[in-house]
Design a protein around this ligand. Sequence first.
Ligand code: MG
Length: 383
Amino acid sequence: MKKLALLGSTGSIGTQTVEVAREKNIPITALAAYSNIKLLEEQIREFNPKLVAVVDEDAGKELKIKVSDTDTKVLIGENAVTEVAESSDADILLNSLMGRCGIRPTVAAIRSGKDIAMANKEPLVAAGDIILDEVKRAGVKLLPVDSEHSAIFQCLDGEHNSPEFIKRLIITASGGPFFGMSRAQLEKVTLADALKHPTWSMGAKITVDSATLMNKGLEIIEAVRLFGVPAHKIDVTVHRQSIVHSMVEFVDSSILAQMGNPNMKHCIAFALTYPERQPSLCTPLDFTKAFSLTFDTPDEDTFTLLPLAKKAVTLGGNAPAVMNSANEEAVALFLKEKIRFTDIFTLVEQAVNTVPHRDVVTLDNLEEDDLLAREAVASLINN
Ligand code: MG
């Protein structure tokens, strides 16, 4: 059985990954989380990992004392996650960190020869070229956990479904809680409205991204990176039931879809046990009962972050990274109820136009551009 390092173990995907590991007896040899040491302590006592990273200093010190009777070594601080990603003896690392903070740990894990199960889409968006180069150099596997990309990966996972036969990728979107609303209606929505996702239960940041459709924009970029298909060959269809998780159209116009009830544990288990398929506890679709599947076009005039994402990835260079950083900053402000929902759209768009373009992205200039994008958002709300 492959040994697992799990980054972001106390979040939504993290806790579901722990359930999958428990169900399938997958050993967890390293864990990382931000500050939820109560849950982290439970996970340490159940799985006995050799290494644990806690980002928050005070929480880390407290945990160190609490688990001093175990064999687990606790590392503390910003760099601890990268240290754990690099030095853990795991075979595969599942990254379910939130946002671009997952970039350096991902690169460190790849360089140390671990396969990557990627649930953290922002590193692929912001640092896609860097990560793909590192994957190629290290000869490790990069397995998608995001449901849409897991679906496309599954549709392409056969010797006769090679990428050269792809005509289009069709990514499904639930449409989020505000599907069908006009910009004027969106002006009045609240944080609580935005956090009510119709079909998926997820963390707060990604739930807001689903409501703005930025999540779908990020997923287009993620698909460009993972499958080497340009943005103009990727369509988004609004599929309210979240049963078809995405599709691939081949050059002969045949379309393959991957379907199932919405359950992230399927995607997590698929990545962790790949190339095997193992029995799961997920409830299958029941075709003895009638149900309907619908497909609709997204409203790109209202949900403008979707076309912005396509533009950013086509432009390349630092554009996706800047868009992502501005979005992280704007969503954080919205989650603190400092700005309105529709401000996210305008702040991200304006920040993208403010930060100077550069063609080649490095780990260092990514940090500079991240600061510039966040400063641009901050100065826009202060004016
Ligand atoms: Mg997704």
